[in-house]
Ligand binder design. Sequence first.
Ligand code: ADP
Length: 525
Amino acid sequence: MSRLPSLYNKTVVTTAIGVIVISTITLSYLSYRYTIGRANLVEATLVQSNNTLIDQSISRIEQKIIDNDAVLYNMIDVNDPSDWPAAADAVKKADLNVDQVWFLQPNGRPLYFPRADARTAHAFRRGFLDKVRELNLEALHADEANHLHREKGDDYFFATYVIKESRKGERILICFQMSFDRTIALINRYLKELERTHYVSIVDFENNAVYGRPVESNRYFYERRFPTTFYKWILQSIPRNYTELERDEKNQRRMFVVLIVLSMFLTFLSLAVIYLGGRRERQLVQLKEDFIANVSHELKTPLSLIGMFSEILISGRVKDDCTRSEYFGIIQNESDRMSRLINNLLDFASLERGVRRRNFQATNLARLVKRELEAYRYQIEKEGFTLVTDLAESAPETLADPTALGLAFYNLLDNSLKYSGEHKEIQVRVAQSNGFIDLAVSDRGLGIPHAEHAQIFEKFYRGSSSAVQKTRGNGIGLAITKQIAEMHGGEVRVDSEPGQGSTFTLRIPIRQTSLEETSGADSDR
Ligand code: ADP
């Protein structure tokens, strides 16, 4: 015997399914974490490279200012004050963004103030001279570059200043007052490249725009203060394609989640299919076992009756002719029942294998039913049933397999006899209706719950009520009847209410005998 069934143990299957479910969930969770982690990493790298670009721009601007400082400081010779006016003019003319050059003592006293327009002079006074003490100029080292940057209230006054020592050892402070507009122009030159790919702005600490329009803050936003030169200003930026970046990222995440959910769903669906398939298989095995037990039981009863009555008859103990013929009758009835049961089984087996020979011939269904009923009438009436018939013998003949239809009718009739309970009334009707012939068998017995109306036609299925379970049966009668109906291009319908009785209708289409589909010769008409 195969070892497979032991593997198909319920606990093993449940455990295997549990393991698959847990590992699928774990795997899905881990891959979700991994993909999200990767997406974050990609995003972080992108943000990082953006930030590096901005840091580089700031450094380049700072470096340019510092380089300019060195050039400026070299243009002034502090040893010869008579030279200062010419030097100051030269500085202003050079392309170094200087508005004015001021010469002072480290304590703030003027040494040489060139003539300047009122606005420039005013700005210098407010931005530098008035606050000279704060600058602690005395402590400055010679030749060291210094920058002064003021807030909005002082028009962002910006100056670079240096202490120079003359040969005589005098400390002279030179302050280069820078032009706001030209400084912005310089910054603009250096940000052009960056602005192709980024929205860029420069703001002060109160978020007042100095350059460009302030950019909105989002996850790709980056800002940095100029470290030493324009230290009151902050450069802000976001990539121009940030909406696409955000959308791409959102789409990617959504796609990952959809894929993970989909693969989980498919795994669980396959598991459900496997589980249900297995359950169905087990149910079928169980049904088959019940079937074998039922069939054996059904065969045992008539066999033991036949055995018992023939033994009595053989022993010669029954002298009375009347009783003897009654016993013979019983033996004949029981052997009839056995042969019908065996015919049913053989038919079922051949239908199952799909090898049943069709024996279609012109058949009058009403007459066929009438003949069958004659055979059972005695048994029906003996069991106390009232039989009402309405057989339309004038209905047209149709191409049909009479043996098969006889078997189908027997199954319906036998069920009515078995499941009638106390209401022993059976009605058999054959009628023509719209191109069909209907054969209806009704009883007033147990009836069938609605939930079972479809199942009763499945092979091996038997009703769940205890009344049905106590009655002899093997669950193949209706399955055979249904197959016979379908073989004729028809169907079987049930109409039943629990406790009210049932009507089974076998409906087959009328097919003209001229089609001559006849495959067998024996007439059963
Ligand atoms: P069996 O009668 O051997 O159980 P069938 O295939 O003939 O198998 O019928 C299947 C089930 O349908 C029966 O077990 C019973 O529950 C239900 N059934 C069939 N005919 C009737 C009927 N006339 N009245 C009540 N229940 C019926």
